[in-house]
Each structure stands twice: as C-alpha cells, then as structure tokens.
Design a protein around this ligand. Structure first.
Ligand code: FAD
Ligand code: NAI
Length: 468
C-alpha cells in the first residue's frame, strides 16, 4: 500500500494549489480526482470556460455594435460560428487542465484517478474506472471536493433544455429565449454571453434586486446597464413551476402581488447557487461531521472534528470562489508545516466578469449601516475619465467607503472596464489598512481606468475629486 504525508481529495483550485504548496514544503503528497482531467469545477466547467465564452461573445458584440464608430467597416454580415466558439473554449480548458497535470508532475505529486472514499481516518479507497480499487494511507487528509449546482425541489433538470451552468457552456444552438432563474453571478455572466449572441434573455430573481449580496449601488447600476443592453429582469418573482413541453420550457412564477406570470422559452438556466459536494466520500467511516446540506464543519484552522482531516474551498463555509479555495489550500499546507498563516476573509474580492465588469472588496454600505459604523462615501463616475471615453467604456463608477473618523478604507465597490484587475489595488490598500487619503496621494498613471480609484479616494477623503 502506498503511504503519503498528505492526501488531497479533489483537484480543483483548492486541491491542486494545496498539493503544490504541500510539495513545496517537503511533504510526500498525493491528489485524488474522480474525473480524467484535473482542475475541478473552475477549470473544466466554471471560471475558465465561462470567461472564454464571455471574451468570444464580447468580440462579436463589439464587431456588430462598435466597429463602425471606430471607423472599421466589415464588408458583408458578421456571423457567429457557435461550434467554433465552443471548440475554442474547450481548447482553452484542455490546455489549462493539462497545465495542472504538468504542475503535479513538476512538483512530484502522485496523481490518482478515481473516486476517493474514506476507509477510516487515515486510509482512502480509490475506485478506478477499470473497476479496481486501490487503498492508500495518509497521515493527513485534505477534503477539497468542491460543489455542484443547486436547484429547486420542483425542478427536473433534464440537462437539455432545463439546464445548469455546465450545459450552458456547451450549447449547440443559440437560444431564441433563455429564461434564467437567479440574478446572481452565473445568471448575469452566462446571460450576457447569450444576450450578445442574439438570444432574448429574461432573468427571474426571487429577491428585490440582482446581485443581492453586493453593494446596493452596484445592483442599481448593473440593472440599468444590462437593461440598456437588452436583458430583462423580473425581480421579486417566485418561480413555482418549470415544465418541459417538447422543444419549449414553460416557467411559471408569482410576482410580488401574487399574480401569475408565465415565461415560454426554449431554454431555462437554473442558477440559484451551488451546494457543497460530499457524495461518495463516506465521511462516516472517518467520523467527519457535515451539515445536512453536506457542508463540512471546520474550525478557524480549516480542521474538521477529526484532527488529521482538513477541508477547504466550496465544501466548507464562506464564499464559493476559486481564489478563496486557493488561499485555504495554501493555508492548510502551511499549518501542517508548523507555520501560522492567516486569511482575512473580509478581503477576499468578489468579481463579476460581465462587461462592464463588477468588483468589490470589504464591507458594503448596507453592511456598515446595519453594524452602526459611521462612514464617509466617495464615488467617481467612469464617464469622467479620458481613458473611458477613448475606449467608449463610460458606464460605471468607483465607490470608496471609509471610516468617518479614521479615514480607513472599509469597502471598495466598482463597476467599469477592467475593474476585475483594478480591485487588486483596493485589496492591497486594505491589507495595509490604508486610509482613503493614502490612496488619493498615490500617483496613478494617466490615462488609465485606475485614475477613478484615486478620484473616488479624493471624494471620500474630503469631497475633493478633481475631474467632476
Ligand atoms: P472544485 O473546483 O469544485 O473541485 C472539486 C474537485 O473534487 C472536482 O474536480 C471533483 O470532481 C472532485 N471530487 C469530488 N468528490 C470527489 C471524490 N470523492 N473523489 C475524487 N474527486 C472528487 N470562481 C471564481 O473565483 N471566479 C470565477 O470567475 C468563477 N466562475 C465560475 C463560473 C461558473 C460557471 C461556476 C459554476 C463557478 C465559477 N466559480 C468562479 C466558482 C469556482 O469554480 C469554485 O469556487 C471553485 O472551483 C471551488 O474550488 P474547489 O477546489 O473547492 O472545488
Ligand atoms: P449566486 O448565489 O451568485 O446567485 C443565485 C441567485 O439566485 C441569487 O440572486 C438568489 O437570490 C437567486 N435565487 C435563489 N433562489 C431563487 C429562486 N427560488 N427563484 C429565483 N431566484 C432565486 O449563485 P450562482 O449565480 O448560481 O453562482 C454559484 C456560485 O458560483 C456563487 O457562489 C459564485 O460565487 C460562484 N461563481 C462565481 C463567479 C465569479 O466569481 N465571477 C462566476 C460564477 C459563479
């Protein structure tokens, strides 16, 4: 039987990053993945393929809506080749997943392909595709089994027309009408892909606003922008039934007054969140405790109730984000090496890769009000930047919330071009507990979108933005 210092179950961004860090720290490490490709949800059916399709559809949208104004005439019609678009996405996925395999080999990590299930607290059975089972032993085990799409109890996901994000990433035709249940991150990102490709897109959201966890100003701005782009929103609508009828899907909902509203579509994407995935793990055999929903209980060191077993990423509490899983993966490796790492969960940024992009870190205005914290707010509109006008990306703003007395930055919320990258400045500033004035006194290159961060900081410091 092979023996390891550490065995990791699951090869998503949590698991594979943890494996690399374990190997760097000198541990004999194994990683177990049930699928034939490494990389988990993020690389195979999440972050990477969705961004590939967002980019392709963005190019098409630019070509048909903006090229003319830029002085670029295309003779004839610009056509979509969906098959090629999906094939390019898959090529990006394949290349990225094989990159993870390369990293495993480079770091001398043993990769096992098969379903891992606990035999006891130090042994894992690996059920392989050829029907054989191999058992390995490990002093410490890290559970990184991720999550799967959630649904509603009355919905039958046929995965053809009533679909999850996984199927939406490989459709064979552009929907005529795509109804999306859930106005969260997946709903908006994949909704925008098909909207740009010509589908009618209707988003049915249970709560009173889209992106409900984010700052209210972001929800408001994104509603306005996406409506302008053609997306339709039905907030405060409770879906009551989803029925497949041949090539059609009927989605029934009640609006806030209780009136029934029917949507007839050819595809319905269910995007109401994700649930932790622990099926087949046989947690019982190791004595590991999980909630009824399958979420594994961990302490602040990501240790389960069984002292040599840890859990990270989507399968534990907190944001279901790849970079959060990665930080946790590295943290557990370092704890096992006797180090004292720390994650500030307040400073894990959240990004939505629509165009314009959305990015945020720290507290929202609603959270600060609820906590009774006195704060100042400074905002700066993207349209006031020369850089934004040059690229015609004038939608959005940067909003900085700072403590009323100390001026410490408490939250940064952005909508605009490339804000997914700009948020790193806010994270750095907040990690170093910068004040709004600190940011406002730093030189920001001109002309850049980053100037909006400096201007919003000036607005928050002393209401003295320069260019509005
Ligand atoms: P996962 O990536 O889910 O990996 C878990 C792995 O464990 C899987 O490969 C699974 O097959 C394997 N596994 C499970 N059980 C077993 C078992 N018993 N034995 C062996 N293997 C097992 N996050 C971002 O930060 N940015 C984004 O842009 C982003 N976009 C997304 C887009 C979509 C459409 C979706 C669905 C998600 C997106 N996410 C994004 C979320 C991100 O994918 C997850 O937060 C991230 O993948 C979680 O990483 P993880 O390592 O915890 O789990
Ligand atoms: P989500 O939590 O972002 O959004 C789900 C939405 O569905 C919410 O607005 C919620 O109010 C709504 N909802 C819930 N029940 C409903 C009902 N019965 N009827 C109508 N609406 C309902 O979840 P989503 O979009 O499915 O994404 C899952 C996870 O994947 C998220 O946690 C997210 O962090 C991650 N992800 C991250 C991305 C990124 O970082 N850019 C991209 C895509 C996914």
């Amino acid at each position: 039987m092979s023996s390891f210092d550490i065995a990791i179950i699951g090869s998503g961004p949590g698991g594979y990053v943890s494996a690399i860090r374990c190997a760097q720290l000198g541990f004999k490490t194994a990683i177990i993945e049930k699928y034939s490709t490494l990389g988990g949800t993020c690389l195979n059916v999440g972050c990477i393929p969705s961004k590939a399709l967002l980019d392709s559809s963005h190019h098409y949208h630019d070509a048909i809506t903006h090229f003319k104004e830029h002085g670029i005439d295309i003779p004839g019609d610009v056509k979509i080749n969906l098959e090629q678009m999906i094939a390019r996405k898959q090529a990006v996925v394949d290349q990225t997943c094989s990159g993870v395999k390369f990293l495993m080999d480079k770091n001398k990590i043993t990769v096992f392909e098969g379903l891992g299930s606990f035999k006891d607290a130090t042994h894992v059975d690996i059920a392989k595709a050829d029907g054989t089972t191999e058992t390995i032993e490990a002093k410490n085990i890290i559970i990184a089994t991720g999550s799967k799409p959630a649904s509603l109890p009355f919905i039958k996901l046929d995965k053809e027309r009533v679909i999850t994000s996984t199927e939406a990433l490989k459709l064979k035709e552009i929907p005529k009408h795509l109804v999306i249940i859930g106005g969260g991150v997946i709903g908006l990102e994949l909704g925008q892909v098909y909207l740009r490709l010509g589908a009618q897109v209707s988003v049915v959201e249970f709560l009173d606003r889209i992106l409900p966890g984010m700052d209210g100003a972001i929800s408001k701005e994104m509603t306005k922008i996406l409506k302008k782009q053609g997306m339709k929103f039905y907030t405060q609508h409770k879906v009551t039934a989803v029925e497949r009828k041949g090539k059609e899907v009927l989605v029934k909902a009640d609006d806030k007054t209780g009136k029934n509203v029917d949507f007839t579509a050819d595809y319905c994407l269910v995007a109401v969140g994700r649930k932790p995935y622990t099926e087949g793990l046989n947690l019982k055999a190791a004595g590991v405790k999980a909630t009824e929903r399958g979420q594994i209980d961990v302490n602040e060191h990501l240790q389960t109730n069984v002292s040599n077993i840890y859990a990270i990423g989507d399968v534990v509490r907190g944001a279901m984000l790849a970079h959060k899983a990665e930080e946790e993966g590295a943290m557990v490796a370092e704890i096992l090496a006797g180090q004292k790492p720390h994650i500030d969960y307040n400073l894990i940024p959240g990004v939505v890769y629509t165009w314009p992009e959305v990015a945020a870190v720290g507290k929202t205005e609603e959270e600060l009000k609820a906590a009774g914290v006195e704060f100042k707010a400074g905002s700066f509109p993207m349209r006031a930047l020369g850089r934004s006008r040059a690229s015609m990306d004038t939608d959005g703003f940067v909003k900085i919330l700072a403590d009323a007395k100390t001026d410490e930055v408490l939250g940064v919320h952005m909508v605009g071009a490339r804000v997914a990258d700009l948020i790193a400045e806010a994270v750095t500033a907040m990690e170093f507990r910068a004040s709004a004035e600190d940011i406002s006194r730093m030189s920001h290159a001109h002309p850049t979108y980053a100037e909006a961060v400096k201007e919003a900081a000036l607005a928050a410091t002393d209401n003295r933005a320069l260019h509005v």
